[in-house]
Ligand binder design. Structure first.
Ligand SMILES: Nc1ncnc2c1ncn2[C@@H]1O[C@H](COP(=O)(O)OP(=O)(O)OP(=O)(O)O)[C@@H](O)[C@H]1O
Ligand SMILES: [Mg+2]
Length: 460
């Protein structure tokens, strides 16, 4: 075992304390002896003691009271109590007050040794656990700092978002709703909040309910009892239980089935859940950060999302605007990704042509930061010289839609949008006529206009 422990013995019988003192010293332990409770308490004040061996039948005081006081002041101190033969009731009460073990008087040396060694092992394990917890905490902190450092953006919008994320981290029981288009960094912000909060040493449990089969959703969230349905071969904890003092990140909440939303709401409100097939309630401790790239108000009005759940989730609401609305972030993001990928691809000293940022600023980035990141990765891989030029970033910008070699670069969607707009314009915004021109039904036209958010009015 690693560290030798120091032991204090409190007993009014001098013969007894002397005997134990000798045994402990022979084993190499540091040992202190007191014959009254007062003496003992003074030693506890002055010395670092790991283990107390306490007689619960001391003259003038109740040993159990001493135990209670001592455990209150020194919660990490382990106690072995010494009791008279047949005093089982006191033993039970002492154990309830937090004693680790007991010895009956008179005892054999071998029993004493066993008890001491067992306690020593226990203390060693506890110490190791404490060291691990401290390390874990440092790692979480470093990880959190890294995620935050790697979240780039000089724009006022991003600075405000980071400030709001810091506020959210200071209130670890407040739910947060993060909205924003795909690829704007919602999950990043959720992690920043988690790792800056007091929950950082516990799990960040990211759940995307649209990735889970609907029939399994309830058991995935709430857990189940063995045999509660076909396939439930073992008891299983759900996400709420697994999260255990951590953060539950509900990604793409808009995809959560309506009937499950009510159950999720109840779990959030009551902080208690019941496993599928079980009747007993289990207390759970989690904070929810939810994210969606949908317009939640619209979903509520379409009765696809519960208003009461929205109210529960958006105590704090963080909206991340699309990249095209904060073009000043493009340059620092580009620099960040170029240095990241040039290290990875082993292309050091890669330069960026001064026209690249200008080209990118004109692009509308439907995939936001993720798109810029992927685009930069590709550019770094493919670029021939030691410099990245606009040609390495084949983006289609509002005016010129070329890939740098004069070829039009439109996606299928872009082409469809262009066709739809043209047909509307050509037919003076008459939907029926436009649909006929395109050879599709009017319903189909309307569906497509909705899909691409194309206004039907002339002043579009
Ligand atoms: N401000 C930023 N600085 C650095 N990297 C960022 C930033 N914003 C987003 N990213 C990166 O862009 C990618 C997409 O971010 P993230 O997964 O957080 O987006 P999201 O909003 O959750 O998207 P989706 O709605 O598609 O799930 C990630 O690789 C992330 O690291
Ligand atoms: Mg995401």
């Amino acid at each position: 075992m690693e560290n030798k422990i120091s032991v204090l013995v409190i007993d009014d019988e001098k013969n007894f304390t002397e005997e134990i003192h000798e045994l402990l010293q022979n084993k190499g332990y540091t040992s202190f002896v007191a014959n009254t409770a007062r003496q003992g308490l003074n030693i506890l004040k002055a010395q670092e003691i790991d283990l107390l061996i306490l007689d619960i039948r001391l003259p003038g005081v109740n040993g159990l009271d001493v135990l209670k006081d001592v455990k209150e002041i020194y919660p990490n101190l382990e106690v072995i109590i010494v009791s008279a033969h047949g005093d089982m009731e006191s033993v039970i009460r002492a154990m309830r007050l937090g004693a680790l073990d007991y010895l009956r008087k008179p005892f054999r040396h071998v029993d004493f040794q066993i008890a001491i060694e067992r306690t020593h092992k226990f203390l060693d394990l506890n110490r190791k656990l404490q060291v691990m917890e401290e390390k874990n905490s440092l790692i979480s902190e470093a990880l959190g700092a890294k995620i935050e450092r790697d979240f780039i953006g000089g724009s006022k919008k991003i600075q405000d978002i980071l400030a709001l994320a810091m506020t959210a981290s200071e209130f670890p029981d407040t739910n947060v709703l993060i909205t924003g288009e795909s690829g704007t960094g919602k999950e990043n912000i959720a992690r920043i909040i988690h790792y800056a909060s007091s929950r950082k040493d516990n799990l960040f449990c990211a759940v995307n309910s649209s990735a889970i089969t609907e029939s399994l959703l309830e058991s995935e969230f709430f857990g189940h009892k063995k045999g509660s349905f076909t396939g439930a071969i073992n008891d299983k904890k759900g996400f709420f239980e697994v999260t255990d003092k951590g953060t539950l990140f509900l990604d793409e909440i808009a995809d959560m089935p309506f009937n499950l939303q009510a159950k999720i709401l109840r779990a959030i409100e009551e902080k208690k859940i019941t496993r599928v097939g079980e009747t007993e309630q289990i207390k759970v401790n989690f904070r929810v950060i939810a994210a969606t790239n949908h317009n939640i108000d619209q979903l509520v009005s379409e009765k696809k999302f519960r208003l009461d759940l929205v109210h529960r989730l958006n105590t704090l609401h963080i909206h991340i605007p699309p990249l095209r609305e904060r073009t000043e972030d493009i340059e620092p993001l580009l620099n960040h990704f170029v240095s990241m990928f040039s290290v990875r691809m082993n292309k050091p000293n890669l330069k960026i042509d001064k026209n690249v940022v200008g080209t990118l600023k004109k692009y509308h980035f439907p995939g936001n930061v993720r798109e810029l990141k992927n685009m930069t990765e590709r550019a770094v891989i493919l670029c021939k010289e030691n410099i990245l030029t606009p040609q390495d970033f084949p983006v289609k910008t509002a005016g010129s839609s070329t890939d740098g070699m004069g070829n039009e670069l439109l996606t299928m969607q872009d082409q469809e949008v262009k066709l739809l707009r043209q047909a509307l314009k050509d037919n003076a915004y008459n939907q029926k006529a436009a649909a006929e021109t395109l050879g599709i039904t009017r319903d189909s036209l309307i569906r497509r206009l909705k899909k691409y958010n194309i206004k039907i009015k002339k002043d579009d």
